[in-house]
Design a protein around this ligand. Structure first.
Ligand SMILES: CC(C)(COP(=O)(O)OP(=O)(O)OC[C@H]1O[C@@H](n2cnc3c(N)ncnc32)[C@H](O)[C@@H]1OP(=O)(O)O)[C@@H](O)C(=O)NCCC(=O)NCCS
Length: 158
């Protein structure tokens, strides 16, 4: 089990190697080093992580959203596969939505693979609703994306 003294932090350049390691473990290389550097540099991007002082690796989960007008566009939500089903995904999503709300954002949106029932179930718990479907959105396997929306960030973030 993971310890209770988890640290919720904004990620920085000092965390880059841990970020790449987690990206590799969760997605097999979704974004490159340059991609993450761009996110860390961008004032409109928020990259957040959950650390454990004792676990190995220490960075257990990370998420990212872009601020576009008054919307938070969630681009990454990832928990290390060794730590699934221990509440970290839920804690991370809450942290992202709270941070977005603190930035004055009003709504949240994201795209998710139609087959990703674990993530869809998590988003539904937070009140996300399906707003549309992008056909054959993912190039690797031609899978559809569901477009999910959360109309009111205030409702979940406190
Ligand atoms: C989706 C993901 C972030 C969930 O993280 P997690 O830490 O395992 O999730 P939690 O333990 O906080 O679970 C919260 C809820 O998510 C849903 N959930 C998580 N894993 C699930 C699974 N394998 N099957 C069904 N529902 C699941 C459930 O609703 C769960 O609530 P419950 O425990 O009361 O049933 C994690 O599976 C992950 O990193 N997946 C790979 C990356 C990814 O697909 N990200 C989303 C891209 S949009």
């Amino acid at each position: 089990m993971i310890s209770s003294d988890l640290k919720f932090k904004s990620l920085t350049f000092a965390d880059l190697s841990a970020i790449l390691e987690l990206d590799q473990a969760c997605f097999g290389g979704l974004w490159t080093l340059e991609g993450y550097q761009r996110e860390l540099d961008s004032p409109n991007s928020e990259l957040l992580g959950i650390f454990s002082p004792v676990a190995s690796p220490k960075l257990l989960a990370m998420g990212c959203f872009w601020s576009i007008l008054e919307e938070a566009h969630i681009t990454i939500l990832a928990v290390h596969p060794q730590y699934h089903r221990q509440g970290l995904g839920q804690a991370l999503l809450h942290f992202l939505l709270k941070t977005a709300s603190d930035r004055g954002l009003e709504r949240a949106t994201l795209e998710v693979r139609a087959s990703n029932l674990a993530a869809i179930s998590l988003y539904q718990k937070f009140g996300f609703k399906t707003a549309g479907r992008r056909r054959r959105y993912y190039q690797d396997n031609g899978e559809d994306a569901l477009v999910l929306w959360l109309p009111d960030l205030q409702m979940v973030s406190h």
